[in-house]
Design a binder for this molecule. Structure first.
Ligand code: ATP
Length: 326
């Protein structure tokens, strides 16, 4: 390995910068040149490349977002788009790639390895935390903390105004963020993609609570949660339905993109720093088509193909506790 490329792709996640810094400095330390590829696969196709040195990644460890920018790129889904990306890699004499992103980014990596015979290592960078082979992806800890901070503020108004709040959090088809913030934020209820939801039961509980004098509720909804009729559980619809069924006042909040931004937490920075170095180490050792992660505090390496398989979320114990402590 004389020269490697690094890119961030898909949704941005806090801590990606710390991973870039680690990749660059670990590689440079080992006399490997690093090419920063801007805007993910789109930038690879368009050759938006810049050599990065030790100094290029100064003062970014504490910054949210990604200095390399990120993008979603439909062209890369096509044979022609991939061919152009591969040409750019060959033309610029890049021997290996470090791909920081989520499952889509990893799927792109699988194509580059299997179809185009390139060397790629994946680093999990997604607030959804839906990749296998790691307890945590870079960004998810910050996202949980950001959502919690917002929920704490909503709780103040919920208690003062004696209202029911339905709060939608990110996470796509994986309920990780929702489950974490429901437990950490002391929510009364959580709707998850992984669990069938009994809407009438929740409304009965709200009415019974109301009779006992419990007037404020925090209900967390994962963006990928469904109602029993198969409809996506949107915060707005749930709030409306609760009012219809209980006669009580509700408000809905969609936390949205604030969950993606902000200063990465210590956990995310440390994870990103460890994984950046581990990815370069794998490339130096001639490994290919792998994803790095951390399981029980140890570096863990899996195939990219395994990393994108459906990750199981253990819901029951958390959910039980949420309901006992309500
Ligand atoms: P996040 O989890 O934060 O959304 P992600 O990496 O999953 O991040 P995607 O938009 O799904 O984000 O994927 C990023 C890019 O990876 C896509 O825009 C596309 O260029 C590429 N990609 C996704 N799926 C594939 C695939 N099956 N084959 C080749 N490339 C893919």
């Amino acid at each position: 390995m004389k020269r490697i490329g690094v890119l961030t792709s898909g949704g941005d996640a806090p801590g990606m910068n710390a991973a870039i810094r680690s990749v660059v400095r670990y590689a440079v330390h080992n006399k490997i040149e690093v090419i920063g590829i801007f805007r993910g696969y789109a930038g690879l196709i368009n050759e938006e490349l810049k050599e990065l040195n030790h100094r290029s990644v100064s003062n970014i460890i504490n910054r949210g977002g990604t200095m390399l920018k990120t993008a979603r790129c439909d062209e890369f889904l096509t044979e022609e788009g991939q061919r152009r990306a591969v040409q750019a890699i060959k033309k610029n004499k890049i021997d290996g790639l470090v791909l920081i992103g989520g499952d889509g980014t990893y799927r792109g990596g699988i194509e580059l390895v299997k179809k185009w015979h390139l060397s790629c290592i994946g680093i999990p960078g997604t607030i959804d935390n839906d990749l296998n082979g790691t307890d945590s992806a870079i960004g998810c800890d910050t996202a949980v903390n950001t959502a919690l901070e917002a929920i704490d503020k909503i709780r103040d108004t919920s208690t003062s105004m004696e209202r029911i709040f339905v709060i939608e959090v990110m996470g796509r088809e994986y309920g990780f963020i929702a489950l974490q913030v429901a437990l950490g934020g002391g929510a009364e209820e959580v709707l998850l993609p992984e669990k069938k939801f009994d809407f009438p039961r929740m409304c009965d509980e709200i009415v019974e609570g109301n009779i006992r004098g419990k007037v404020s509720w925090i209900i967390i909804v994962a963006e990928g949660a469904h109602l029993p009729d198969g409809q996506i559980a949107k915060a707005q619809d749930i709030a409306k339905k609760i009012t219809e069924m209980t006669g009580l006042e509700t408000r809905e909040v969609v936390l949205g993109h604030i969950q993606r931004g902000g200063i990465p937490t210590a956990r995310d920075r440390i994870l990103a720093t460890r994984l950046g170095a581990a990815a370069v180490e794998l490339l130096m050792n001639g490994q290919n088509g792998k994803a790095v992660g951390v399981i029980s505090d140890d570096i863990n390496v899996v195939d990219l193909e395994f990393a994108v398989t459906k990750k199981e979320l253990k819901v029951d114990n958390f959910y039980r506790l949420i309901k006992i402590l309500t």
